[in-house]
Design a protein around this ligand. Structure first.
Ligand code: CMP
Length: 139
């Protein structure tokens, strides 16, 4: 059993597709183990994306991530990191496979609707950034 962090970004929340994203998780055997809606401050967004702080898009990305509320979730299931990444599609929606969340709903490489952890180590950091153990259900 594995866990990963999923974020529905401000563009996804703004497009009213929270339910659509969660439906895709649930119909693909992924359990929601924790969930909340929050509005990040700039320092909170910078802390979350600290690995990207040298990248040219860091300022714009953290502005975007603080532009409105987001939904953060812990997903649980077998091979859930890879499964979630497959459902999301490539970071750049232009390269994403047909039928993926980003292919269908993203409009921009930055405004790409969802985030998902890319490895077990990043999942552990990202889950711990938003949730403590008492807030996560074992499903
Ligand atoms: P995410 O999976 O959340 O990880 C980093 C984010 O940076 C990415 O999705 C995009 O929202 C954003 N981003 C903006 N420009 C780029 C880029 N050129 N390459 C990768 N990510 C980018």
């Amino acid at each position: 059993m594995e866990r990963t962090l999923s974020i529905i970004k401000p563009d996804g929340v703004g497009k009213n597709i929270i339910g659509e994203v969660i439906r895709r998780f649930e119909t693909n055997g992924i359990k929601i183990a924790a969930m909340k809606m929050i509005h990040l401050t700039k320092p909170q967004a910078e802390g979350f994306y600290a690995v990207h702080k040298e990248r040219p898009f860091f300022g714009s990305l953290t502005d975007f991530m603080t532009s409105g509320p987001i939904v953060v979730m812990v997903l649980q299931g077998e091979d859930v990191i890879a499964k979630n990444r497959k459902l999301m599609g490539a970071t750049n929606f232009k390269e994403a496979e047909e039928g993926t969340i980003r292919k269908e709903f993203a409009t921009d490489i930055e405004k790409n609707v969802v985030h998902g952890s890319d490895a077990p180590e990043t999942a552990a950091f990202e889950i711990g950034y938003f949730f403590n153990d008492l807030e996560i259900q074992n499903r």
